[in-house]
Design a protein around this ligand. Structure first.
Ligand SMILES: Cc1ncc(COP(=O)(O)O)c(C=O)c1O
Length: 369
């Protein structure tokens, strides 16, 4: 019988995610599977929770990985904290802000959005204006908008949202591990991330955190959380306390992988990890500029881990990506929505934020172009 896994190509993953998995994480994934209530595994859960708290800089008691990808984190963030009729403001400047709007609308939220041009950041004065016009229960923003390569100014938005008395939800799927994420200093109430970007772990879990104010909102709900699987009020009984009540079977080996990935980040040190991402980004931008290529995003708002590069006139962007893959075994990403055909997205995330990787993609691009 042929084994379809015998001949997997080794591709350098420099798209918008997944990024390449770190060797220590692959090793962790292959450790013996334990029972989900085994005391040794419960110890690993506790350590994983502490590591998420460290990497996201929070003391939030409700901090754990949601079983599912980043979008499961997004669903968890909305389904637990808004009820039908609640007023929700989404700050939208890319695919993931648009997805948040869809998620919140499906839950019966009264959803408004302030929309910004894709490739530009959220403008803080526009948020202030929107918050002065109307009272919101929850305001949501994507920290690192992977679809455009833009960093949104969460540290400036957060105090406005707090002053307006709303809960602040932050998507950190792409930012966690690659740039500073400081939940408690921001005053963020709801946060989720993903494993497959700057944590250098395969996709499958969504590190999640909720503040005391968010938990109080959950406890004060008038209606039942409409999704059984993602209902935090039940899940926390498995992740906390002495009892460890079964909710669903935890993805044991993925939790080993996440634990190893977070341990890697903490061992390197948060500042060093972030500086490594910034250095890789600067090296890439300098190299691209030497080749005459332009970045989509203005310097102050560029993400270090996701680089949006403008496709030059007359170049077939899909053909370039295809040749990078087949001839150089490098995957880069295409533009989405209004940016389809207009940009390439080059991710330098986690294990791939390294000088040799940047040299390799620059060399390959040069030869293909
Ligand atoms: C900013 C952001 N939010 C949410 C998601 C959704 O995560 P997933 O595809 O893991 O479900 C992504 C995925 O790329 C993302 O980049």
């Amino acid at each position: 019988m042929n084994n379809a896994l015998d001949h997997l190509p080794e591709i350098l993953l420099l798209g918008p995610g997944p990024s390449s998995t770190a060797p220590e994480v692959y090793q962790a994934l292959s450790r013996p599977t334990l029972g989900h209530l085994d005391p040794t595994f419960i110890g690993i859960m506790d350590e994983t929770k502490k590591l998420i708290q460290q990497v996201a800089r929070t003391a939030n008691a409700v901090t754990f990985p949601v079983s599912g990808t980043g979008s499961a984190g997004m669903e968890t963030g909305f389904v637990n904290f808004i009820e039908p009729g609640d007023s929700v403001l989404i700050l939208q400047n890319g695919v993931f802000g648009t997805r948040m709007k869809d998620v919140a609308q499906r839950l019966g939220g009264q959803v408004d959005s302030v929309d910004f041009e894709w490739g530009t950041p959220v403008i803080v004065s526009a948020v202030k204006e929107a918050l002065e016009k109307k009272k919101y229960d929850l305001v949501a923003v994507v920290h690192a908008e992977t679809s455009t390569g833009v960093a949104n100014p969460v540290s400036e938005i957060a105090p406005l949202v707090k002053a307006a008395g709303a809960l602040l939800l932050v998507d950190g799927v792409t930012s966690l591990g690659g740039m500073p994420v400081t939940l408690d200093a921001w005053g963020a109430d709801i946060f989720y991330s993903g494993t497959q970007k700057c944590l250098a772990c395969p996709p499958g879990l969504a590190p999640f955190s909720a503040s005391e104010a968010a938990v109080a909102r959950l406890k004060a709900r008038k209606t039942k959380v409409p999704n059984w699987y993602l209902d935090l009020s039940m899940i926390v009984n498995y992740w906390e306390g002495a009892k460890r009540a079964y909710h669903h079977t935890a993805p044991i080996n993925m939790i080993y992988g996440l634990y190893a990935a977070l341990l890697r980040v903490v061992t390197e040190g948060l500042e060093s990890t972030h500086a490594r991402h910034t250095a890789a980004h600067e090296q890439l931008v300098a190299g691209l500029q030497k080749m005459g290529l332009q970045m989509l995003v203005q310097p102050g708002s560029r993400l270090p881990m996701l680089n949006a590069v403008v496709v030059p006139d007359g170049v077939d962007e899909a053909a370039v990506r295809s040749r990078l893959l087949t001839e150089h075994h490098i995957e880069i990403g295409a533009g989405l929505g209004p940016l389809a055909g207009k940009i390439w997205r080059i991710g330098l995330m986690g294990y791939n934020a390294r000088p040799d990787v940047v040299d390799r993609v620059l060399g390959a691009l040069k030869s293909v172009l």
